[in-house]
Design a protein around this ligand. Structure first.
Ligand code: PBG
Length: 323
């Protein structure tokens, strides 16, 4: 018997016909950075081509994303220094930028848009950590109590999904209970279940001015060396009531994405993070990589590994290309 696998690669039409993985704009989640002010779109040097926008400009950007078929946004806000403290006061402010952003987006787009909110204290923390700090330690249970209140506050504003990105133990359960107690039966939880202590978050921390003021995040985010631990974390989040689980970063963790996809029946998201974006941009700027091809190959690989949803800063470029 003669086998000629190249037959199915002969023409673009054939290749398209047998492609096993297809990206669509509906697979994508747009991370958005919101800042106070009006008419602002501030460049971020380590994220070339990506912006922090004031709320009015954010609404306009979401309109453009919806027109491209992207229906989900993941919101992060930049908190001014003078409002940062160690207890997340601004994170709970019903008139805070996050709460106002959620309300404005839901008012503008209603059910056409899925609004997801970041639930973690680092942008609000005077220490730049995801939790409360006591005696130089990031304390778990007091942090979970604040995160649960924060999630309720986002739900109150109209968030469809709250997305805890802090990696405290028990926070999904704490958030679920708090949402139930407050009557928010329809707010979902997208849990950053397997989030690694990664150097690839650098540009994001520049964007939000949220780098840790002391130490690192290794006592709560996971060791890149570990695989089974990711499965334990995911199992806990599923048991605690997560509606979707996420792996982060994406490209250096494709094996983890695949394992998680095989292990759970929930939708799996992957976060193609800021440093992963910056790597491609930097190489493309020097003419060392074809940017469009690098974006397509990378995101297709993330989907092939098992991600149903991909959060990526290339969202607009990619959606334009896929349209
Ligand atoms: C913080 C948070 C981080 C990211 C999302 N939420 C940074 C961190 O953990 O320090 C990173 C996203 C990115 O790099 O694109 N809770």
């Amino acid at each position: 018997m003669i086998h000629r696998p190249r037959i199915l690669r002969q023409t673009a039409a054939l290749r398209h016909l047998v492609a096993e993985t297809r990206l669509a704009p509906t697979d994508l989640i747009a991370p958005l950075f919101v800042v106070e002010g009006e008419g602002l779109a501030e460049g971020i040097p380590s994220l070339p081509g990506y912006y922090r926008r004031s709320l009015d400009r954010t609404v306009a950007e979401v309109e453009a994303l919806l027109a491209l078929g992207v229906y989900a946004v993941l919101l992060f806000v930049k908190c001014p220094d003078e409002r940062k403290d160690n207890v997340g006061t601004e994170a709970l402010n019903p008139e805070g930028l996050m709460q106002r952003s959620v309300r404005a987006l839901k008012r503008a787009f209603g059910e056409r848009l899925c609004v997801m909110t970041d639930v973690a204290l680092d942008p609000y923390s005077s220490y730049g950590h995801d939790g409360l700090v006591e005696n130089g330690q990031i304390v778990n249970d007091p942090t979970v109590a604040v995160l649960a209140q924060m999630a309720v506050s986002h739900a109150q504003a109209g968030a469809d999904l709250v997305a805890p990105s802090d990696m405290m133990d028990g926070r999904v359960g704490g958030i679920r209970q708090a949402l139930e107690a407050a009557g928010h039966f329809q707010t979902g939880i997208l849990s950053y279940s397997a989030k690694y202590a990664s150097c690839f978050y650098g540009p994001f921390r520049d964007a939000l001015d949220s780098a840790p003021g002391f130490g690192d995040k290794k006592t709560y985010q996971m060791d890149p060396a570990n695989r089974l631990e990711a499965l334990r974390e995911v199992a806990l989040d599923v048991a605690e009531g997560a509606d979707l689980v996420m792996v982060k970063p994406a490209l250096a963790y494709l094996d983890i994405i695949r394992e998680v996809r095989n292990a759970v029946r929930l939708p799996v998201a992957a976060y193609h993070v800021s440093g992963e974006y910056a790597m491609i941009k930097a190489a493309a700027q020097r003419g060392w990589l074809d940017e469009t091809q690098a974006i397509l190959e990378t995101t297709t690989a993330i989907k092939r590994a098992g991600a149903d949803l991909i959060a990526t800063y290339f969202v607009k470029q990619l959606a334009q290309r896929l349209a």
